[in-house]
Design a protein around this ligand. Structure first.
Ligand SMILES: [Zn+2]
Length: 157
């Protein structure tokens, strides 16, 4: 079952790095400054799991699916989410989503990005993806080895 398509999040403003990492793992993650206003939750958030570090939001919540994040460290925060939802590696789709705007990226013809990425990148990579909304271009090297290592460590117990 492809639960990665069903699990989606809205992260409050204090959780920018966590939101970025959830996108790297392929999860649909809304991250905008005002998903949680004073005493209410934005309509767009209602179908999503709200990630919050704000006790007032947690305590005032009765209907919203919500996960209260305890850690200050983004990596530990990510582990909190993974563990709370019981996410396993095969449910992730790393590097399938635009980190900047959350859109699913699409593979494009190599020829179509010539001149839009540095020449040495174009010459040494076979596969390119782009975001149809913000036009950012991705290639395999745009995610560093460090990111791969972090994903590996994420699921180590
Ligand atoms: Zn984008």
């Amino acid at each position: 079952m492809d639960r990665a398509n069903d699990i989606c999040f809205a992260a409050e403003v204090t959780l920018g790095k966590l939101a970025k990492w959830l996108r790297i793992l392929g999860f649909d993650t809304l991250y905008e400054p005002d998903v949680t206003g004073i005493g209410f939750v934005d309509d767009r958030v209602k179908s999503r799991i709200l990630l919050t570090r704000t006790e007032r939001i947690r305590d005032g919540n009765t209907t919203q699916k919500l996960l209260f994040i305890k850690s200050n460290n983004p990596f530990d925060q990510l582990r909190e989410v993974i563990s709370a939802l019981g996410i396993v590696p095969k449910e992730t789709q790393p590097f399938s989503r635009c980190i900047r705007c959350n859109t699913r990226i699409k593979r494009v013809d190599k020829e179509s990005v010539r001149g839009m990425v540095p020449d040495y990148i174009w010459e040494t990579h076979a596969t390119f993806h782009t975001c149809s909304i913000c036009r950012r271009i991705y290639w395999s090297g745009s995610h560093t080895k460090r990111n791969h290592d972090i994903i590996q460590r994420l699921f180590d117990s």
